[in-house]
Design a protein around this ligand. Sequence first.
Ligand SMILES: [Zn+2]
Length: 500
Amino acid sequence: MKKFVCAVFSHETNTFSPVPTLYEEFGRYTGGGGPTSGERAITSYKGTNTPVAAYMDLAEAEGAELDFAFSAKAVPGGPATDDILNDASAAICESIAKGCDALFLDLHGGMVTQGYDDPEGELLRRIRKEAPDLPIAVAFDFHSNISAATIDNASVITGYRTYPHVDTYDTGERAGKTLLRMLKGEVDPVILWHALPLLTHLNKQTPSRQPMKDIMDRAIEAEASGEVLNASVFGGWPLADIPHVGVHGILVCDRKNTEAGETLMAELMGEVWNRRDDFFFQVEPVPDSIARAKTLTDGPIVLADHGDVAGSGGSTDVTEVLAEVMRQGLTNVCAGPFWDPDSVKKMVAAGEGAEITIELGGKTDFPNIGVKGEPLTLTGVVQKITGGEFIVTCPKNTGMHIALGQTAVLSVGDIEIVVCTNRHEPFDLGVFTHAGIDPTSKNYILIKSRQHYRAGFEPIMKDVVMVSGAGICTSDYSLFPWKDVRRPIYPLDPDCPSGL
Ligand SMILES: [Zn+2]
């Protein structure tokens, strides 16, 4: 019987974010209490839309024994502690040492710890040192910054090809299937890699829209036709002040047919470079965005505040956009979730139905961009108190258990505001519906999200207004104190060469 090992090691680190990423938070999606393994990890991920769920199904189909060695996944924030890397590599190496035919990894690729700017590369380097010939498949997020250490120590790499990420299971399956072909001696995978020195805006990376669409479509076609074994283009994770940030192309080719891969790589990366100026988003002042939203009367209109997104390391306690929505008198609004455990506690103490005044949000300062937290004083009625739990039903991470922690809804006139204990990017309607709010009945839905909201909200919304609110996920890169990023890089260095 074959024996496989799998692991999840996932964090998107915004190196500018002041929000700490604590060790315990790596158990957020597996029932809490820090990283886990074995049965608890299997139960949490089995049947979900995630790469590791595909690994489990492939192992089952092969009749292989599967050891789920380590599971660590936290909400994006500031740099994680080195413990998480050390524990992941120790657990995976220990499982491999017991005997293992192949390793299947579900990594993010955008992680930074306090001591390592490339923990995924370091993890692979440590594993490879213990197991020089082990076939290793890696599935990465679309927002990966890939390093030479990663390329040198993996056998097969694939990446998500959607944003919002709805092809997460497929990505694991694509990597896993190629690795199984390698195990059977059908192919001898070689990884081709090119990193473009390009610091794009997250708002403009989406593969379902231009400028990325044609490029990703070409990669998908090349994999489907068998031109290469796997083809992935990564938008990169730009909110990271590290040397290996950029837009990456990764092609897995059969050793006897790398020429086609080299031609394809030049084509894909050349096209990204030709279109580089289209990957930048024009920031609009918040009052102008809200005034524009006010002219749109056929709701629900999503107001996507993308400066303060939990899924990009934001604190989600910045109230600038909510304050502007109130100032301009938008009506019939639901908003949230805002991260403010203190205000939740006060609302819980007051009880449902009580009138209360709270200082919402503004608890976080952002020294890296010179912004201080500013709470918003609100008087309203505690409409609902919940445990903050729901199961995702939209196409992104379908089936995953979400824990907002204790949550309360404050209604201020006809504005319903969800306030929670744990940070969470709203991509599923559950953030509102679990608290008895029907977002389909609203004129406006104010959420802190950039693209992922589309997974759950696109089917119910009539339009969207992108709002460039303040926060540590800002698209104004001139605010960041860059010092470790690779140089030259476009657009910080306008004459930067592509390296092609
Ligand atoms: Zn991502």
